[in-house]
Every structure is written in structure tokens, then in C-alpha cells.
Design a protein around this ligand. Structure first.
Ligand SMILES: NC(=O)c1ccc[n+]([C@@H]2O[C@H](COP(=O)([O-])OP(=O)(O)OC[C@H]3O[C@@H](n4cnc5c(N)ncnc54)[C@H](OP(=O)(O)O)[C@@H]3O)[C@@H](O)[C@H]2O)c1
Length: 295
């Protein structure tokens, strides 16, 4: 049987951390177009149908959205446009032309109350505007396009945008006194690994809600110490590898509430792929060795 032709892919959020990683992954394999805010502004949702109509594609990867919980809390109308209204219109357009939409969402859809690892079917109960708009966006996308796939991800890291491990390493190059929150728990996840999983989900024609995360779990504190230990082993002149644990409640500057325990269960993905997702430490080591070790 001849192999199925590669789908033409349109990536939104091309200036973001995940959007950049998706483009690097897919561009060598298939026809790939990337759009940032300059090409499609979610704050002007009426423009979406016309813009999409002029662009050929088979699969739309939506990695765009308002992703800062504090910004969403302060500007809920813009969060609604970026995380709900625009994704809904994108899904309607995809449905009308027979294209598939893959929409990225978040572990912030969960309440964060103590719980086993959250599975896809668990009830959502967001505690902030970011989580509520992302949850409403998921529902709007799936209602408009039943073939769409919602990929919930958590605590992303990778070479395209500095995140927690990069920030803590930069701080440890300057100072020996560091602190990080120990009572907020989720799963650090490699953007590069997500790209591979998305490719397989596209080939499997999967739809519905999926949890895409590496194995294990961490707090911001244990994630920070792991990053510093790896940094030290690969020869970065960090001034410490130990971090003082603090409580989330001590971070008075945060505008939005944060859910405490949002570790997601990735068994559904594991069953589809027939293998375990690697532990986040292994993925983190891979990232830091490739991007920080001197040649
Ligand atoms: N990063 C994480 O740890 C994390 C955790 C859980 C879930 N997620 C989800 O994963 C997805 C990708 O996250 P990310 O970390 O790659 O996000 P990111 O780096 O913040 O990138 C967001 C992208 O969305 C674009 N965007 C924002 N507002 C827009 C608007 N009004 N119109 C058009 N584009 C707009 C940004 O463009 P500009 O560059 O112009 O602002 C950027 O390209 C999001 O759905 C996020 O909710 C991320």
C-alpha cells in the first residue's frame, strides 16, 4: 500500500517556545507554514476565517494563546479572545474545510487539590482566569470540531524560550542564595518530546483530549535542584546546587492563584505509542547537555 502523503501543516504561535519547536520538528518532514501574531492576531477574531481561507493546510497546530496566568488575570477580556473566541473560530474553519485542528491546553484546567495523577476524563475546575479560559477553549474547540485534538501539556522547557531551569541556572551563575517553591507540583516536559508525540498522534488520526507530559513529577524546587546538579556535572560554574524550599504563599507578587497539584497521567498516550514516556530528568539532562555544555 502506498504511504499516506504528508499533511500540510499550519503552525500558529510561531514566535512562542512550543511553536518554534514544532516548526523545527515538522519543517524538514512536510510542507509547513508558521504564523505569529503579525500574521494572525487573536484579538481581531473576525479576521480569522478570511485569513485561513487563503492558506492551504491539512492540519492546524494552535500553539498560540495568552499563556501568562498573571496577564490573564489582569486582562480577562483579552484572555477570552485569545484562549476561547479565536480557538473556537479556528475550529469552526477547520471543520468546514475538512482540516484537523490540534489545540494546546494546560494542566491549569485542574483545581490542584490533592488527587491522584489527573486523567483526561477528570472533571476540570480551574482556579484562575488562565485555566478557565483554556478550559472553555478546549470545550469550544471540541464542540466546533469533533475531530479536533486537545493536547494538555505542563511545565515546558526547551531551547526556544527560557523557562524555569534556564532562569535558575542564570541565577546560580550569579548568586549562591536561591529559593524555589516546593508545594506546587506538576510534570516538567520537553518541547522536543511533545513534537514527536504530536507527529504520532497525527498519524494515528487521534482526537479528543490527551495528556502529553514526560514521566515522573516535580516541584519548582526539585526541578530547580535537578537543573543545577546537571549544570554542575556538565561544567557550568554555578555557585550552588542547593536551593532553599519556600511555599507558594510566600510569592506575594503573583496576581493569579496557582493550582498546587496538577500532575497529569499520561497512560492514554503511553498505550497508544506502546512505550513509556521518558522521565523528565532524562529529558532535562538531554536538553541541558545539548544547549549548555561547552563544545
Ligand atoms: N509554557 C508552559 O509551561 C505551558 C504549560 C502548560 C500549557 N502550555 C500551553 O502550551 C501552549 C504553548 O505555550 P508556549 O509556552 O509556547 O507559549 P508562549 O511561548 O507564551 O507563546 C505563545 C504564542 O502565542 C502568541 N500569542 C499570544 N497572544 C496572541 C494573540 N493575541 N494573537 C496571536 N498570537 C498570540 C505569542 O505571540 P507573541 O510572541 O507575539 O506574544 C506566541 O507566539 C499554550 O497553549 C499554553 O497555554 C504551556
Amino acid at each position: 500500500m502506498p504511504a499516506a502523503p504528508s499533511p500540510r501543516i499550519l503552525i500558529l504561535g510561531a514566535t512562542g517556545g512550543l511553536g518554534r519547536a514544532l516548526h523545527r520538528h515538522f519543517a524538514p518532514k512536510c510542507e509547513t507554514v508558521r504564523w505569529g501574531r503579525a500574521e494572525l492576531d487573536f484579538e481581531r477574531p473576525a479576521m480569522i476565517p478570511e485569513k485561513l481561507a487563503a492558506q492551504p493546510f491539512d492540519v492546524l497546530l494552535n500553539a498560540a494563546g495568552m499563556t501568562s496566568p498573571d496577564a490573564c488575570e489582569m486582562q480577562p477580556e483579552i484572555a477570552q479572545l485569545a484562549n476561547v473566541t479565536a480557538p473556537q473560530i479556528l475550529a469552526e474553519c477547520c471543520q468546514a474545510r475538512g482540516a484537523r485542528m490540534i489545540h494546546f491546553s494546560t494542566d491549569h484546567v485542574f483545581s490542584g487539590e490533592l488527587h491522584e495523577r489527573w486523567v483526561e476524563a477528570d472533571a476540570t475546575q480551574p482556579v484562575n482566569v488562565y485555566g478557565r479560559t483554556k478550559r472553555d477553549g478546549e470545550m469550544a474547540v471540541l464542540q466546533a470540531s469533533p475531530n479536533a485534538l486537545v493536547a494538555r501539556v505542563s511545565w515546558l522547557f526547551g531551547p526556544d524560550k527560557a523557562s524555569h531551569p534556564d532562569h535558575i541556572i542564570q541565577r546560580a551563575l550569579q548568586a549562591a542564595e536561591l529559593s524555589a517553591v516546593e508545594d506546587k507540583i506538576s510534570v516538567p516536559t520537553s518541547n522536543a518530546d511533545i513534537c514527536g508525540w504530536i507527529e504520532q498522534l497525527i498519524h494515528a488520526q487521534a482526537n479528543g483530549v490527551w495528556h502529553l507530559c514526560n514521566g515522573g513529577s516535580a516541584s519548582w524546587h526539585s526541578w530547580a535542584e535537578a537543573a543545577l546538579q546537571i549544570a554542575s556535572v556538565i561544567g557550568l560554574p554555578v555557585k550552588t546546587t542547593s536551593v532553599r524550599p519556600i511555599k507558594l504563599a510566600e510569592l506575594a507578587q503573583l496576581k493569579a492563584l496557582r493550582p498546587l497539584m496538577t500532575v497529569m497521567n499520561n497512560a492514554k498516550l503511553q498505550n497508544l505509542l506502546g512505550s513509556e514516556m521518558r522521565h523528565w530528568r532524562e529529558a532535562l539532562e538531554d536538553y541541558l547537555v545539548k544547549n549548555y555544555r561547552a563544545p
